[in-house]
Write a protein that binds this ligand. Structure first.
Ligand SMILES: NC(=O)c1ccc[n+]([C@@H]2O[C@H](COP(=O)([O-])OP(=O)(O)OC[C@H]3O[C@@H](n4cnc5c(N)ncnc54)[C@H](O)[C@@H]3O)[C@@H](O)[C@H]2O)c1
Length: 372
């Protein structure tokens, strides 16, 4: 495979255009655009400065016409269409960068994984926290044992605004929650065993996609006794806010305390004697952008860039991707339990993870997360 890749992009709304611009910056070519909405294609053609490249309304039509010219695919369509749009490209043998989550519903997610299998060479999922320098530094501090065994974790994700009108979602617990559900699993190396959640309306804007609220608190425990919380909202009036507190028996890590938006991302390691471990703490920068941009871009632009460089590298070297259909399925099970709990006034749901897909699916049915 050549150094630079020919990408097709299917789904060219906000984030589809962000991904496209990043790969263009790295010298790759966009050779085909796809979207079910003509309006999105028109904007993408102009914004990406590709006025004449072919555009398609379905993946099947794109593959039929362009199969030989496409090396890799980015899929960033509506969540509800991800599996349906990804499957033809998997079957055509194209490596895919697929935005999170796999699908809207858990049944379809299991069907999709059953159909494509567990190989880690098919799909890299757009859970960009796995590539974020501040979060990777945080993970390294945990692995070095600097805070001792973890007792408590709190992952915060707060938007400033509701999503655009074109957006489609089953609500903030599933849509936003999946990022920090995956983050918690990544940091803890452990899957929750019990999950509960509540959803609240704090600002009162009317959004049809927010499951009756704009703020949610998700609680969970793990088998080893760690207690965790995910705080989600679309109400942080001073700017996009991503924070994580991890409390161990020997110290605490605080990553991303709000320091302005955009602003520096601090990773602070607090020792048992109450002082800052200066040598192991670190500071990372956001992007400082001009003009109109999606609100999450300053915080995660660099992580998207690293994720795309890694995707290219893993495709070229035929390596496994670090975050695949398997990891996102786990995060989806976690947030499905949270979503159902929020709809049932905080009822507690048991969950478990299984390598065997049939056993995993059965456990989700038994735990009330999906139909048989
Ligand atoms: N990893 C991340 O940080 C991140 C951030 C945002 C979105 N996402 C994911 O990416 C996917 C797409 O999200 P998005 O934010 O790009 O949503 P979006 O609403 O901007 O775009 C989604 C779809 O809406 C339609 N659309 C968008 N703008 C349009 C326009 N001007 N005219 C006509 N149709 C238009 C298109 O069909 C497009 O494919 C979702 O699955 C979401 O979960 C991930």
């Amino acid at each position: 495979m050549s150094q630079s890749l020919n990408y097709a992009v299917f789904g060219v709304g906000r984030i589809g255009r962000v991904h496209s611009a990043i790969v263009q910056t790295y010298g790759h070519s966009i050779v085909a655009l796809g979207d079910e909405a003509e309006g999105a294609i028109t904007i993408a053609r102009e914004e990406l400065n590709v006025p004449n490249i072919p555009a398609f309304n379905t993946p099947e039509a794109m593959i039929e016409k362009m199969d030989d010219e496409i090396d890799a695919v980015i899929i960033a369509s509506h969540t509800k269409d991800h599996a349906r749009h990804a499957l033809p490209f998997v079957k055509a043998g194209k490596p895919i960068y697929l935005e999170k989550p796999l699908t809207d519903g858990l049944e379809e997610a299991f069907d999709f994984v059953q159909e494509i299998g567990r190989s880690k060479k098919l799909i890299q999922i757009g859970l960009q926290r796995r590539y974020d320098e501040a979060l990777i530094h945080t993970k390294q501090l945990i692995l070095e044992g600097l805070i001792g065994p973890i007792r408590e974790i709190r992952c915060i994700l707060r938007d400033q605004f509701p999503p655009p009108e074109t957006y489609s979602s089953r609500g903030l617990v599933i849509d936003m929650g999946i990022h920090v559900a995956d983050e918690a699993i990544f940091f803890l190396d452990e899957f929750p065993n019990e999950v509960w959640a509540t959803v609240h309306n704090t600002i009162g804007y009317d959004s049809p996609i927010d499951e009756g609220g704009d703020t949610a608190f998700v609680g969970f425990t793990t088998q080893s006794g760690i207690v965790g919380r995910l705080d989600l909202s679309r109400t942080h009036s001073s700017g996009y806010n991503n924070e994580t507190y991890i409390i161990g028996t020997k110290g605490t890590i605080h990553t991303g305390r709000f320091a302005g938006y955009p602003g520096p991302i601090h990773v602070e390691l607090w020792k048992h004697d109450g002082t800052l471990d200066e040598a192991n703490s670190a500071k990372f920068e956001m992007s400082y952008l001009k003009g109109d941009y999606p609100e999450f871009l300053p915080r995660f632009e660099r992580a998207y860039e690293i994720a795309h460089r890694q995707f290219h590298n893993d495709v070229s070297e035929s390596h496994d991707f670090a975050v695949t259909q398997n990891e996102v399925l786990d995060a989806q099970v976690f947030v499905e339990a949270a979503h159902r709990s929020a709809q049932a006034n905080g009822k507690r749901f048991s969950i478990s993870r299984h390598d065997d897909l049939a056993a995993y699916r059965q456990a989700c049915v038994d735990n009330g997360l999906m139909e048989a």
